[in-house]
Write a protein that binds this ligand. Sequence first.
Ligand code: AMP
Ligand code: ZN
Length: 115
Amino acid sequence: MTADCLFCKMVTGAIKPDTVYEDSDVLAFKDINPQAPVHVLVVPKKHISTLNEFDTGNIDLIGKMFLAAGKIARDTGVAEAGYRTVINCNAGAGQSVFHVHLHVLGGRTMNWPPG
Ligand code: AMP
Ligand code: ZN
């Protein structure tokens, strides 16, 4: 928990997100500025700033984030048509909230390469 972190405040409930999934280790909620019909953010409950801070001690947590993403894709009906998972790492990749999060995007055709 980091006092001035937006996503830590969602984990503690100080700010109430539009939660779509939660377990003991991860919280998933709708993105406030969706870039696709389905746009959910999966965050670890533990504060980790960026993907660069993951290490071997976080392997289970990383797995749980992706298991949550797959469940969300199935539950929102986009799993078969296709969806995208994205982690933006640091400012050059567009990271704007420095509590690591996995974007789950679906419900429309995704272009490649990404912008
Ligand atoms: P990134 O740019 O990869 O760091 O992604 C941060 C995401 O957080 C963006 O897609 C924002 O729209 C989203 N976001 C920012 N504030 C909120 C909020 N209060 N509730 C839900 N999503 C948010
Ligand atoms: Zn945080």
